[in-house]
Design a protein around this ligand. Sequence first.
Ligand code: CP
Length: 310
Amino acid sequence: RSSLFGKDLLTCQDLSRDEIWLIFETTKEMKHAYYRGERPRLLEGKNLGMIFEEPSTRTRVSFEVAMSQLGGHALYLRPGELHLGVRETIADTARVLSRYLDGIMARLLKHETLEELAKHATIPVINGLTDWFHPVQALTDVYTMLEKFGDLKKIKVAFFGDATNVANSLLVLTSRLGMNFTFCGPKKYWPKERVMKMVEENVAETGANIEITEDIDKAIKDANVVYTDLWWWVGQEHEAEERKAAFQPYQVNSNLMKRAAKNAVFMHCLPAARGMEVTDDVIDGPWSIVWDQAENRLHVEKAILVLLMG
Ligand code: CP
């Protein structure tokens, strides 16, 4: 059993550096085994509850396929299906689900709901995205960078746009690993104190080079990875016009990509709003590794599930 057995994964700050590397090494084993045609039934007889308060394509499908390929079973619990905080406390739901399941993966509107669920569950709880963090996505992204570049310390990652849950998790994970990460966007949408406190703790330990700036020239210079995310999410539609105007200068288009390092790649967690944060010629062009990135969600999730529940 790994040191991660029975643990929750709510943020990347929950993981030690050794545990992060264990996830990456296990992911590599999972992916190679998959391509050799092997389907080790490491989670035979295990059940994962997947709670969704919001829609999803990648998280929904990849976690279910991961469980299936590992010989286990996943239950899709769609928005509104459980008495989660309605007619029953979150704590009571956590206690009951812990008697049926071996693990929970939850995509919830509020990070505090996830924390409450994890506090009262006696089985591992995995964050499948909240308003604050998306750790499985960030682990997938950094694993994908490792695959493409081989040495995480030798690359510069530049994120353009909004301090989304994905940007927050990338900031936490890259600082925890001592990487070079620049967040570039309008000041109004910079990462909040809750995230920067984690980043500062990590930088003090690892000496990571983390920059937060509005300066596009500075951010794109020598960037090996150019990353962006949606400019607005469910519930922020009423801010769409204001956000479009604020983020337009930070759009990832071919002019921006040409100013990055020669070997630069383009990444996006998806779904993408084409023509907004990224143009078609970038996401469909030679820089783009978004489909490899999306595939890696499956392999990373298999590693996480085996390490937490296997
Ligand atoms: N990147 C991501 O989490 O995608 P979904 O919203 O489709 O799950």
